[in-house]
Design a protein around this ligand. Sequence first.
Ligand SMILES: Cc1cc2nc3c(=O)[nH]c(=O)nc-3n(C[C@H](O)[C@H](O)[C@H](O)COP(=O)(O)O)c2cc1C
Length: 216
Amino acid sequence: MSGTAHPASASMSVEVPVIDHATDPVHAAEPPADPAALAAGWLPGPDADRMLMTLSTVSPEGVPHARTVMLSDFDGVRFSFHTDASSRKVADLAVNPRVALTILWPGFTRQLVVEGLATRASDTAAARAYARRSPYLRQLAWMNTDEVAGRPLAQREEGWARFAAEHPDPEPPAGWVGFTVAPERWLFWVSHPGAPSRRIEYTRSGAGWSARPLPG
Ligand SMILES: Cc1cc2nc3c(=O)[nH]c(=O)nc-3n(C[C@H](O)[C@H](O)[C@H](O)COP(=O)(O)O)c2cc1C
């Protein structure tokens, strides 16, 4: 594999967005009222490549844990990600469902930070997300175990090839789980080559959101 593109990378290539700063809603004197609509305008559509994000959780001891995961979906309200039920992040979430999601666009053009509460997605939704993953990632969900991680490389390669031959179209493993995150605070950050970067922060205000600009 060395020197070649990773088989999962094709689903993670998001292009540098072209931003017209003169008309971009983030620079408007009155920020848009609905952060979800703003996020939908930033994020690729459902058929495009998935973006990556940093998922931050807090351990029962109060220690922050951060890692990269794929943004499986933004349905216009909630963000979802998928993972292994036996992972550390799921243990953190069982005790404290508060998370932060950080999504960075290529070219350092945009950053979106969302803080909110994570809840378990239905098995049906998780199975749908599994079906959307590349063959490499579907197999990885089966083979990302402590037991496999402890084996020497040659055994892991041999086990990988054997699994692929025996399971050309695997179902989701038992531990495949999804979470959706309902935002409580949003931070939209934009860079600008000829002006300071800035953010718009949205926090809850009654049934809607209140927005204010912040320095970058
Ligand atoms: C590019 C990239 C994408 C990843 N996507 C996921 C993902 O969607 N779900 C996941 O559980 N782990 C994903 N990982 C692995 C996580 O970063 C992490 O190592 C793993 O989930 C274990 O995290 P934990 O021990 O903190 O729970 C990805 C890693 C990278 C580098």
